[in-house]
Design a protein. Sequence first.
Length: 278
Amino acid sequence: MPFIKSKAGETPANIYYQDCGEGQPIVLIHGWPLSHRMWEYQINALTEAGYRCIAYDRRGFGDSDKPWTGYDYDTMSADLHQLIVELDLNDAVIAGFSMGGGEVARYFGQFGSDRVSKAMLISAVPPYLKKTADNPDGGLEQEDIDGFMQGVKDDRIAFLDDFGKQFVNFDELGGDRISEDLVHYNKTIASFASPKATQDCITAFVETDFRDDLEKIDVPVLIVHGDSDNVVPLEVSGQRSHEMIADSRLEVVEGAPHGLNYTHTDKLNKLMKEFLGS
């Protein structure tokens, strides 16, 4: 399997990546607590449209190393930068889903638009999820964060089962939009993540402030968000990011949940390809 050895942070880690197709490179960054496997239907569509897709596993998830530490955005975005440099990617597009949107934002904050010509934020967590005195529009109170963390610590697999259904609004959309088998598959992907990484990344994606990072983005950005996202609501994330990024286009997908990559696959794929210019 292909890996790059990232020396980012205090603990080096082997980062697994899938590299397929030819053409302009699109780097796909998965959500929490999944892996590159969540991008299956986007990889199919993008490679068929003539693009090269590089989908990698964040440290602690999928087939990448699972060190005990290093689950902060400075380290994780440095992993992304090293992947881009080692694969010698240029004119790349970086696309982050949910938590992966944080790596996209922090990449520009740390490295600028080096080697990157466009970006995508899909159901993404920026600009800042935690509600604080200087961020009253954040979506999560401390008690919400504590509940997430306790659920993972008490019975991680049961938590992932409940979260997986909320991820796609299964009670409302199940059967019409997504099969129960795919929901179970998604939970299986998440269950093999490092328990420590699963916990630490809650802190990372909720408590990291990306507002300064977003203001440094100087390339065109596509923002895609569902108006029925009950995990990362549109009004606290995608809408606010759109207002902060100078050259951004917001596409609101009607009736779509957080996991619109599964439930509104054709719509998402069409928006991505249109933004890429195909």
